[in-house]
Design a protein around this ligand. Structure first.
Ligand SMILES: Cc1cc2nc3c(=O)[nH]c(=O)nc-3n(C[C@H](O)[C@H](O)[C@H](O)COP(=O)(O)OP(=O)(O)OC[C@H]3O[C@@H](n4cnc5c(N)ncnc54)[C@H](O)[C@@H]3O)c2cc1C
Length: 382
């Protein structure tokens, strides 16, 4: 492992790798080491549902996600890796009038941004997913451009792309401390030695508060275990990813035919935990059978979990911090960090390379929690 680097990125999840790739590709910053305490795909980036959507409630998130979808479409051409991107749309369901108002308000913003999102009756939703039960469904929203990817090749694509351009990806290398002088970072201390550097990106996802604390910076994001499972492969029958905003149920069919899905479980306490439970399977089975009774006879093949990285206002923490020089945060991406990473990798790389703070990163700065300038996003699953 290199013992000095222009930039050290902590965390080789989708965020850290996308930033490393874009630093090299668009800014010529190739002397970069990405360190990870484990293996590639060991964090949330290797454990998620692969959903990619632009159906959000703020113009900011809608436009960012639309750009991410465009990058997903071009990913194989740019990076030579097939990420199995399938645009079957996202079908959101709501079961009460408040939910309908929330969907309608979000769809209006999406339409203003140029998205073809439509509000549907339960019957119209059933025309898109014939196996859907309409019982209790008050309204739905559908955007045909949303879709799903297979997360692992996405990680491999960025990792290999960054390495080809000169970055080093150091797995099984845990950050345990920092060398500092006043406000300046002088080195990152790892389980495999110290890397001299003055510029660090904290892309450690649900672990990012622990990294920041080593430098005396307190982040308000909290890890929260989310369980997920995959069924045996079935013949293709399900076009969109179906998401029920009333209970956090979501499920989609992968390119291999598996039904991959999860559901909210509010009883899980905050904390770093990758355990799996029968309780989740019971909650999921109840919710998915109500939404799609046909799946009752399908076998569950695998279940696993990962950590959402939750912030108090459901928006990320990105940008420089006031306490330490050249220490960039890129975390707090909730349950939608995978889909935002393609565009975020570009924007954070630009921030690191140029130090020019955009209005977006002013709003997403850590300082907003101290100043009481909390943001809002209502289209959150789970
Ligand atoms: C069950 C589940 C389903 C999800 N579904 C979706 C979805 O459909 N669509 C979507 O967009 N998002 C989804 N998400 C969220 C998404 O997976 C995350 O937002 C995203 O992967 C975060 O990426 P990241 O790179 O910030 O973090 P991670 O992928 O968690 O990477 C952080 C890395 O930091 C490393 N690290 C931690 N501490 C240290 C240390 N001390 N030293 C070195 N390295 C360290 C970790 O090993 C880890 O690899 C889901 C998440 C879960 C758990």
């Amino acid at each position: 492992m290199r013992d000095r680097a222009e930039v050290v990125i902590i965390g080789a999840g989708i965020m850290g790798l996308a930033i490393a790739y874009n630093l090299a590709r668009h800014h010529g910053v190739r002397d970069v080491v990405v360190v990870d305490q484990g293996y590639l795909c060991g964090g949330a980036s290797g454990r998620n549902g692969g959903g990619v959507r632009a159906q959000f409630s703020t113009e900011e998130n809608i436009n960012l996600m639309r750009e991410s979808i465009r990058i997903c479409r071009d990913f194989a051409t740019e990076l030579g890796v097939n990420v199995w991107f399938r645009q079957g749309g996202y079908l959101f369901l709501v079961r009460d009038e408040a939910g309908r108002r929330r969907l309608e308000a979000s769809a209006a913003v999406q339409n203003r941004c140029g998205l073809p999102t439509r509000i549907l009756t339960a019957r119209e939703a059933q025309a898109i997913v014939p196996d859907l039960s309409t019982e209790g469904v008050v309204a739905a929203a559908f955007n045909p451009d949303d879709g799903v990817v297979f997360p692992w090749p996405f990680i491999w694509g960025y990792s290999q792309g960054a390495e080809r351009l000169g970055a080093e990806i150091a797995t099984f290398t845990k950050v345990v401390g920092f060398e500092t002088r006043g406000r300046a970072i002088e080195g990152v201390v790892t389980s495999r030695g110290t890397i001299k550097t003055s510029r660090v990106v904290n892309a450690a996802g649900a672990w990012s508060p622990g990294i920041a604390r080593m430098l005396g910076v307190e982040l308000p994001n909290k890890p929260h275990r989310h369980e997920i499972c995959a069924s045996e492969p079935l013949k293709p029958f399900l076009g969109p990813l179906v998401a029920d905003l009333s209970n956090g149920l979501y499920f989609s069919q992968s390119m291999r035919g598996e039904i991959v899905g999860g559901v909210s479980n509010d009883d899980v306490p905050h904390g770093l935990d990758h355990g799996s439970s029968h309780r989740f399977l019971a909650l999921y089975a109840k919710a998915i059978l109500a939404a799609c009774p046909r799946l009752g006879s399908v076998k569950v093949m695998r279940q696993w979990s990962g950590c959402y990285d939750l912030t108090p206002d459901a928006n990320p923490i990105v940008g420089f911090v006031d306490e330490v020089d050249d220490f960039v945060q890129a975390s707090g991406f909730m349950g939608h960090g995978f889909m935002i990473a393609p565009v975020m990798g570009r924007l954070v790389a630009e921030l690191v390379a140029t130090r020019a703070v955009s209005p977006l990163f002013e709003r997403w700065n850590l300082r907003r929690f101290r100043e009481g300038k909390l943001l809002r996003e209502t289209m959150i699953i789970g």
